[in-house]
Ligand binder design. Structure first.
Ligand SMILES: Cc1cc2nc3c(=O)[nH]c(=O)nc-3n(C[C@H](O)[C@H](O)[C@H](O)COP(=O)(O)O)c2cc1C
Length: 363
């Protein structure tokens, strides 16, 4: 796709077979099959978030998406290594469960969180088998990297792999493993940080990270974190990004899974209202600071992922039913741009037009 001297065609559009190297970012809990399909219809790569859902649910969501679109789309998985189940973990879990139930009760929310024995998690190998069986051609992932035999299996099915890094070291690991595209995620991004080499967050600003990763690896890069208009896209293009992942800008859209009260809470959020918190899931994620994050952060009532995530599910569900933004995770990045309630098509078409116009006036 060429407009004046500006061309969108590059290694990424060729690899994923889209008109634009723009990616509707994976957003678990927000991105729906409708959102993925709407992105695909205008030549953007939609991403269906599958998180750590059981294989049967992955299959159902992939099928629902395929019914809506024949355009290519990516599926996205969480690859966090699973902590060992120990007596100490069980003790911590039970103690944290009690603390959170008591905290909720103080706000008149009665909730029975899942007991330790009921916590189940998914092996990504089962998800991968479901994805291959459904004929998916693009798989992105975060929180880790596939083991070598899974990479070989995915490659044998000619599946394009997109890994996520939050440091130069992680980018180098992904390149060495033969991952086709690397998503460089800046600290300003909404939702979970994809960090997998260290327990602590690298906390590197997106521009610093992107420039350094682009110097360090040869794999085509997608940038994620704070993109919301022509200037942000063109600035990251200048720093070496060939693909552009858009998350928070799309959260208020018609196709977003957020309820109206959630959209409203996010619409009025100021920079100081945001926090990087481990309180809901046990992994750092950027979202709205609220009663729950304030009471949990900096305490030892935070279990390793995915236990904290599984533990807080029931509370988040009740809070959503009650339309209570104080006890649910409302992820969002540092830049939300216009945070429009329009359709995905309208928001992304406007963004693409703005990039083309801006670049022709600055040539
Ligand atoms: C609500 C929400 C959910 C997210 N869920 C996922 C996910 O399931 N998988 C993933 O790789 N990244 C996830 N992310 C991170 C985004 O893919 C992306 O990196 C981020 O939104 C980019 O920054 P931005 O929000 O400033 O555009 C999520 C982000 C948000 C805001």
């Amino acid at each position: 796709m060429q407009t004046g001297n500006f061309t969108w065609d590059n290694r990424i559009t060729q690899l994923v077979q889209t008109k634009y190297p723009i990616i509707q970012a994976p957003m678990f809990g927000v991105a729906t099959p409708q959102m993925v399909a709407a992105a695909g219809e205008i030549g953007v790569l939609g991403t269906l978030p599958l998180g750590d859902l059981p294989a049967s649910k992955c299959t159902a969501l992939i099928r629902a998406t395929k019914q809506l679109t024949s355009h290519p789309f990516a599926v996205n998985l969480f690859l966090n290594p699973l902590p060992e189940r120990t007596a100490e973990l069980e003790r911590q879990y039970t103690r944290t469960k009690q603390f959170i139930e008591d905290l909720a009760q103080k706000s008149n929310i009665t909730v029975n969180l899942a007991p330790y024995d009921e916590v189940q998690y998914t092996d990504y190998r089962d998800q991968v088998d479901a994805i291959i069986a459904e004929g998916c051609k693009i798989v992105s992932f975060t929180f880790g990297v596939f083991d070598d035999s899974t990479i070989a299996k995915l490659k044998a099915h000619h599946i394009v792999l997109i890994g996520t890094c939050t440091s130069v070291e992680e980018a180098k690991v992904l390149e060495k493993k033969g991952i086709d595209l690397i998503c460089v995620q800046g600290i300003e991004a909404g939702g979970h940080q994809g960090t997998f080499l260290s327990e602590t967050l690298p906390k590197i600003g997106g521009l610093s990270l992107l420039a350094q990763v682009s110097d360090a690896v040869r794999v085509p890069l997608i940038y994620a974190g704070g993109l919301y208009n022509a200037k942000t896209i063109l600035a990251t293009k200048a720093l070496g990004a060939e693909g552009f992942a858009i998350g928070s800008l799309l959260m208020g859209s018609q196709e977003s899974n957020l309820a109206e009260f959630e959209k409203e809470a996010l619409r009025h959020a100021k920079a100081n209202d945001l926090v990087l918190t481990k309180s809901f899931s046990g992994r750092y994620a950027r979202g709205l600071n609220n009663t729950f994050t304030k009471q949990l952060d900096h305490t030892d009532y935070i279990l390793p992922y995915p236990f904290q995530n599984k533990l807080t599910v029931a509370l988040r569900r009740i809070a959503k039913q009650n339309e209570d933004p104080e006890f649910l995770s409302l992820w969002t990045g540092q830049s939300r741009g216009p945070y429009s309630g329009a359709s995905i098509k309208a928001i992304l078409t406007q963004l693409i037009h703005e990039v083309e116009t801006h670049s022709s006036t600055t040539d």
